[in-house]
Design a protein around this ligand. Structure first.
Ligand SMILES: Nc1ncnc2c1ncn2[C@@H]1O[C@H](COP(=O)(O)OP(=O)(O)OP(=O)(O)O)[C@@H](O)[C@H]1O
Length: 254
């Protein structure tokens, strides 16, 4: 469950493991001259923060704005005390925020190990990269005996696992996941949520856009519901249970 940041726990540049990390406030953005997000505030909470909403409600657009892949037209973005309002995707990685795209973004003809090494491309210390690869393989042991295999030889679920493991090697504190279960067989959606939980257990915060609301609620610690680019709900899953109308209108679950 989310834990309120302790303002007295500030220790300079270090990001407190208990504080909310990535914060966006009053974000307006879109494509061309088409405004899609009309003033949304959101943050990465402890554990898994889910962004739900109907098709076309702006979930992917919001996560792109959070990850620096889309500029803010107005509003603010920060990580702890560090202002990131004008940061691009590369600045965001430097600040410890990594986006895992819907297709995982792997290099299919490279091996599992080569993909993992690429996760550490911006890390100067080879020992740190090696240690992080070991940690990532410990977290996702299925990959351990496949390190010499090409990424494309892995199953769909294993490829997503490799995408998560590669992001771990970057050392990011906040992971932005845009529909990681999209394109996978329904039977694998549960496995992907287990993998998301594995990420959280490694100490990171996850922001998750997901269509499979029921399954994602299994790992959710905080929920936002977007509709037509506006926030309709912002709270813990337990509070959502009381919102019959919202659930029926926007989530299509019962
Ligand atoms: N690259 C783009 N250029 C122009 N318009 C876009 C672009 N990407 C998305 N849109 C539009 O922005 C709106 C919100 O799309 P977005 O993908 O953010 O919604 P979503 O909630 O993630 O939808 P879904 O659940 O279907 O993935 C839609 O009207 C969509 O057509």
């Amino acid at each position: 469950m989310s834990v309120d940041p302790d303002p007295t726990a500030d220790d300079g540049d270090a990001v407190s493991p208990r504080a909310d990390r990535l914060v966006v406030e009053d974000v307006v953005t879109g494509y061309g001259n088409h405004e899609i997000i009309h003033g949304v505030s959101a943050r990465s909470h402890e554990g898994v923060t889910c962004i739900f909403g109907p098709n076309g409600s702006g979930k992917s657009t919001l996560i792109k704005a959070m990850g620096g892949k889309l500029p803010l037209w107005s509003g603010r973005k920060r990580m702890g005390d560090r202002d990131l309002t004008d940061a691009n995707a590369s600045d965001m990685v430097d600040a410890g925020i990594i986006t895992v795209p819907q297709d995982g973004g792997l290099f299919p003809t490279m091996t599992v190990r080569e993909n993992l090494l690429l996760g550490g491309h911006s890390v100067d210390d080879d020992d740190v990269v090696r240690r992080r690869i070991d940690d990532a393989l410990d977290a996702f042991p299925v990959l351990s005996d496949k390190t010499a295999a090409q990424a494309r030889a892995l199953s769909g679920g294993q490829q997503m696992m490799l995408s998560f493991a590669r992001a771990m090697v970057s050392g990011a504190d906040v992971f932005l996941l845009d529909e990681p279960s999209a394109g996978l067989a329904p039977a694998l959606v549960d496995d992907v949520m287990d993998q998301v939980q594995t990420l959280v257990d490694s100490g990171v915060q996850v922001v998750l856009v997901e269509q499979n609301v029921k399954t994602a609620l299994r790992v959710a610690d905080h929920v936002y519901i977007l509709a037509q680019g506006r926030t309709q709900f912002d709270g813990p899953p337990a509070d959502l249970a009381e919102e019959d109308e919202l659930i029926e209108l926007y989530l299509g679950i019962n």
